[in-house]
Write a protein that binds this ligand. Sequence first.
Ligand code: NAP
Length: 293
Amino acid sequence: MQLIDGKQISEQLLGEIAQEVQDIISKGGRAPHLAAIIVGQDGASLTYVNNKVKSCERVGFKSTHVALPDTTTEAELLLEIKKINDNPDIDGLIVQLPLPKHLSADTVIQAIAPEKDVDGFHPINVGRMALSMPTYISATPNGVLELLKRYNIETAGKHCVVIGRSNIVGSPMSILMYQNSYPGNSTVTVCHSRTQNLSEITKTADILIVALGKPEFVTADMVKDGAVVIDVGIHRIADASKKSGFKLLGDVKFDEVSPKCAYITPVPGGVGLMTIASLLTNTLKAAKKEVYS
Ligand code: NAP
């Protein structure tokens, strides 16, 4: 069994991005610039945005952090988005989700200019992804593709089973895995909460991508010998024996599944660490006008 090391690959990616930024600047260009809007005081969201801003600094990007109170109206938020859309000095814009309940994520995402939507959530960018056109692929599926690529894992002709069909993970993941590219060219089965005989299907997977949001759901009897298992799930479980007071678990029961696998991502240390690197990759693409010229 080989562990897929998300920490090592994400560090490698950040190093490559930092090098490209230096090259751009040494040729007289300007640093890529990411703007992040956060509405409200949700603790986890503040941590995510701070980590994104810190990573920007690490690779030499410029970053702008717009913090708005949770009383912000939709009109006020849309105005902030418009200002950033219209600012030629800013390449990428993300609005941290979830938003306070009175704001519609759909309306907000659609207000972001597609060419600055480095989270890849705008329907235009999702549509471009589905049509195999140049686009910003959203962070989690992009991180999974990068891990498969960096470990040279064969995907063509393989049976890939994806558990989960959410808009941010399962659905794009399944589309990307059957497209005519690498990683891709797999024969894909998508499973969800109405799927019958789930374990009969997962047992036929050469590549099993698990994103259903239930701790340690996938057990050894659901996995074929020699499979590649990608665990997207992430759960904080109270654990008094840990200094932090919690431990992190994935959707896969790692201890019993890992001995059967050819490759597996751990939690923590797997897919989760790839998301910021994917966001910065998209911002660099935006600055280089690789998607929209
Ligand atoms: P989600 O929106 O809750 O979607 C879960 C999907 O799993 C749904 O399609 C659901 O089916 C399906 N499902 C639920 N129970 C099932 C069952 N018993 N059998 C088969 N399918 C089942 O979750 P998500 O946002 O995609 O996230 C999934 C997991 O990934 C979560 O643990 C989340 O925390 C994690 N995550 C991690 C990252 C990262 O960076 N590592 C990023 C995003 C999400 P229906 O459609 O029928 O309801």
